[in-house]
Design a protein around this ligand. Structure first.
Ligand SMILES: NC(=O)c1ccc[n+]([C@@H]2O[C@H](COP(=O)([O-])OP(=O)(O)OC[C@H]3O[C@@H](n4cnc5c(N)ncnc54)[C@H](OP(=O)(O)O)[C@@H]3O)[C@@H](O)[C@H]2O)c1
Length: 360
């Protein structure tokens, strides 16, 4: 029996990726699609139609007929008891109101930031911080929910935290400086970045993004302390980020400088990244490999590398020793698919991990 899932915010850039990923999923089947009152009452295909008549389906995969014909509900009216899992891909303000309502009865896996910074909420990246799962029981106990809300990270945090994890475990980290070159799809379909603003340009500011990356990286790589769920003690290194938007469709590129506690050569860094599996073998959407490290100095590139491992693999290259920030360290460039591993497929992977470990 497959688990019934709802996709809330199904018409958006992140929401659409759930529909691209789930038709062939062995354990999950979509039974409900919901979005705002703008889309409610229409078929999914009609809800995607722009005033010009163009259909705003942004995935490379074909939209399957079954989903195209499904009705879109108003997210306000959705009864979460009708499904086993709710995937949400909502703007944060709507998520703040709707997610706790759904979580009263049903587990919610969210791409939104609304709940990421609460003490009783983990920010999962499967393979990186599976042990934070204890917080979900604490959340249920203390909030009196049968379900829970478990958000994935900001799409810029994902590749950074994945690549830092093996370095942190092997060599310790003193500090991180990261500059991102983020894809336009990361800004969403409504109120996103205008092509006219982005083409032939680099926009040097993304509101709120740098703070999210800094806070989330420390939380994800932090330790869960104490009994019965406890609390996360954030990782004790500083993270400084500059986030920019570039005229790339999908795939965030990041230039990362890491000061390590112990000496770490470029070869050492590449070796531990290549060896990092996260223990996700057997999960349907597990990145294979978790990190791909190129020797070719012209890689990674967003256009060529974002779809590695079905958009789940983090591509790394230009790994070099770095000692300007401290005595020891490395620098590298990464590419991570913001709407796949960084959004819908990353959330689906969380569901697979939670199913495997008996939380769903
Ligand atoms: N884009 C990415 O790469 C990415 C990556 C990671 C995380 N995220 C996060 O995922 C969430 C969605 O982002 P997105 O890029 O997909 O945005 P988007 O393209 O603008 O889509 C927003 C979705 O939310 C729905 N919505 C908006 N207001 C609503 C309301 N009041 N009630 C119910 N539904 C409402 C929209 O429905 P209508 O079509 O009916 O308006 C649409 O389905 C955000 O929290 C974002 O930060 C995005």
């Amino acid at each position: 029996m497959k688990k019934k899932v709802a996709v809330i915010g199904a018409t958006g850039i992140a929401g659409q990726q759930f529909l691209a990923a789930l038709p062939t999923h062995p354990d999950l089947e979509i039974t409900t699609l919901a979005a705002s009152s703008r889309s409610a009452g229409k078929s999914y295909l009609d809800a995607l139609r722009e005033p010009s008549g163009a259909v705003g389906w942004w995935c490379d995969e074909t939209l399957c007929d079954e989903y195209a014909k499904m009705p879109v509900m108003d997210a306000e009216e959705f009864d979460a008891t009708s499904v086993d899992i709710v995937f949400t891909a909502l703007e944060s303000d709507a998520a703040k109101i709707l997610e706790p309502r759904y979580a009263l009865t049903t587990p919610v896996i969210s791409t939104a930031s609304a709940f990421r910074y609460f003490e009783d909420v983990p920010i999962f990246i499967p393979g990186v911080n599976n042990d934070h799962v204890g917080l979900l029981r604490k959340q249920q106990r203390e909030r009196g929910w049968k379900g829970f809300v478990t958000p994935i990270p900001n799409c810029t945090t994902t590749g950074l935290a994945i690549t830092l994890k093996p370095l942190y475990d092997a060599f310790g980290v003193e500090g991180v400086i990261m500059t991102s070159m983020q894809a336009m799809s990361g800004a969403g379909r409504r109120g996103g970045v205008l092509g006219l603003d982005a083409i032939e340009n680099v926009i040097p500011y993304i509101s709120g993004e740098e703070e999210k990356v800094q806070k989330e990286t420390q939380k994800i790589l932090g330790k869960l302390s104490g009994q019965a769920g406890g609390a996360i003690v954030p990782a004790d290194f500083g993270v400084s980020a500059t986030c920019t938007r570039v005229a790339v469709l999908d795939g965030h590129t990041e230039a990362v400088f890491v000061a390590t506690k112990e000496k770490c050569s470029a070869d050492d860094a590449a070796r531990v990244m290549r060896a990092f599996t996260g223990g996700l073998e057997g999960l349907h959407s597990a990145p294979t490999p978790m990190i791909h490290v190129y020797d070719d100095p012209f890689r990674p590139q967003p256009r060529r590398d974002r779809n590695l491992g079905d958009g789940m693999t983090t591509a790394v290259g230009r790994v070099r020793e770095e000692n300007v920030l401290g005595q020891n360290g490395v620098k590298y460039v990464l590419v991570s698919h913001n709407t796949k591993m960084g959004a819908a497929r990353g959330a689906i992977l969380v569901a697979e991990l939670l199913m495997r470990d008996g939380y769903l």
